[in-house]
Design a protein around this ligand. Structure first.
Ligand code: ZN
Length: 473
């Protein structure tokens, strides 16, 4: 078995790893690389192998940085199965269609802007990129190719001589860590792929499961150099932020990943409302994708933890309460701009790289009464990162805006294990491991974690670089 890293290598997006076994090519994930527009387009639109030569894709979970480039793979000739569990498959139905829609719309926006600039005779390097990476047709075709990996922990033969077993990763609805077993002659080689490692005690979903003994491990390292604050305080912090903003007469804008983070925030607000800890202000989830995804959550109780199971037993909807409104229509979204007085608006995308949240940020970040509540990791060069870093001025839709709103970060909601949590998650495998490959982390966190694994577990560690290959035997 040969392993080659093509994405999420020393960065946190574009997860894609290639496995070859018995002359066949397989991919672990096929995510979108996110970053500067031009570079991202170049990375995402071409593959370092012929997509038609890929036999199948094994998908860890439905986040864009893991699944979002599947339509491009299909558009370029991939016809094989995409293996995923039922919740991931359903989430991708919503997510990939939305992604295609956004790409088509962004391309139209840029084409219009380019036409205007040409009329004004402005010279601009970015003028060339007007084609969407993929369209709705490609997303639909990719969805046709999904094959559902049913039942937890069952062993599936994804190809002759290649077995796959899935485990709950505890990171988001349906998230999977997988163990692949390749048979070669009489020899078996076992490779674990963490996908994104979640955390014990995250709301909604069950905790990460322990993996069995394996020879090699590909593990994420997003927070390889960080420790999260304790979860218990997060509700207090959320309550305090909302109260303080309401006292100023301001609005709370919450950029949140439509898949997972939005539902966590909604669940916490539901809990706070029930306990009478929040002022009686309206709360909106303004993202068609988040609305669709919340529907998918409701259809997959098999992924829920006990806390949510209790809501269901009482006949309550964990993701709905009287002050909360889900906004689907564009006109209703626009109407939110005219609202006077305190309000909470939860909107995608989580890193502020697209979606309706851009309009809310544009309208609100200049007012010091308002708060931008950041709920997740912000990749390098994203608008979200600039806001977290409190840049005095940020560009939205190509125009500069002063950042005067309060910026608050809730790191506690992270769906990613921190340094200690990663070390304890991999611990059951330490005795059998020959090598650990770290992916899905910027260089500093990945290197820091690598050093710790070497020191504490005496294992060789490689911080994977793009294009690097390894023989696993
Ligand atoms: Zn993820």
């Amino acid at each position: 078995m040969k392993l080659t890293f093509w994405g999420a290598a020393q960065t946190v997006t574009g997860s894609m790893h290639e496995l070859t076994h018995h002359g066949e090519r397989y991919l672990l994930d096929c995510g979108l690389y996110q970053g500067r527009r031009k570079e991202a387009f170049a990375r995402n639109s071409t593959f370092p192998f012929a997509p038609s030569s890929v036999k199948s894709v094994l998908l860890s979970h439905a986040h864009t940085d893991h699944a979002g480039n599947l339509p491009t793979l299909v558009k370029n000739g991939f016809t094989g199965p995409i293996w995923a569990n039922a919740a991931t498959t359903d989430l991708c139905q919503a997510m990939l269609r939305d992604s295609a829609y956004l790409q088509e719309r962004d391309a139209e926006f840029i084409a219009r802007r380019n036409a205007k600039r040409r009329r004004l005779e402005i010279d601009d390097q970015d003028l060339e990129i007007v084609a969407p990476l993929y369209g709705i047709k490609d997303a639909e075709q990719a969805l046709e190719q999904f094959q559902v990996l049913e039942s937890a922990n069952a062993v599936h033969e994804v190809a002759e001589g290649l077995l796959c077993q899935r485990f709950d990763a505890g990171h988001m609805l349906g998230s999977t860590a997988m163990v692949l077993e390749a048979k070669e002659g009489g020899k078996r080689t076992r490779l674990a792929f963490s996908g994104d490692v979640g955390r014990v005690g995250l709301p909604i979903i069950r905790d990460p499961e322990a993996l069995p003994a394996v020879d090699y491990l590909i593990m994420e390292s997003t927070y390889g150099n960080r420790l999260h604050e304790h979860n218990e305080a997060v509700e207090d912090k959320l309550e305090a932020v909302i109260k303080r903003t309401v006292e100023r007469g301001g609005k709370v804008i919450v950029p949140a990943f439509a898949v997972g983070r939005t539902q966590q925030v909604v669940l916490m607000l539901h809990g706070l409302m029930k306990q009478g800890r929040l002022p009686a202000i309206p709360i909106f989830v303004d993202s068609p994708l988040a609305v669709n995804v919340t529907e998918v959550f409701r259809r997959h109780p098999e992924c829920f933890d006990e806390h949510i199971a209790e809501y269901l037993q009482r006949g309550e909807d964990p993701f709905g309460f009287s002050r909360l409104k889900y906004v689907r229509e564009v006109a209703d979204s626009k109407a939110l701009n005219d609202l006077r007085g305190p309000v909470v608006i939860i909107s995608a995308s989580g890193m502020c790289e697209g979606g309706r949240v851009l309009h809310h940020l544009r309208n609100n970040i200049g007012d010091p009464r308002n708060t931008v509540l950041i709920t997740g990791y912000q990749g390098e060069n994203t608008l979200g990162r600039k806001i977290v870093d409190k840049a005095p001025e940020v560009n939205i839709f190509g125009e500069p805006f002063r950042l005067r709103a309060e910026v608050v970060k809730l790191n506690e909601l992270s769906g990613h294990a921190d340094q200690r949590e990663l070390l304890s998650w991999m611990k059951p495998m330490v005795g059998s491991l020959k090598r650990v490959f770290l992916v899905h982390g910027e260089l500093l966190p990945a290197n820091t974690l690598a050093k710790l694994i070497e020191e504490e577990y005496h294992l060789p560690v490689t911080v994977a670089a793009r294009g690097e290959s390894f023989s696993l035997d």
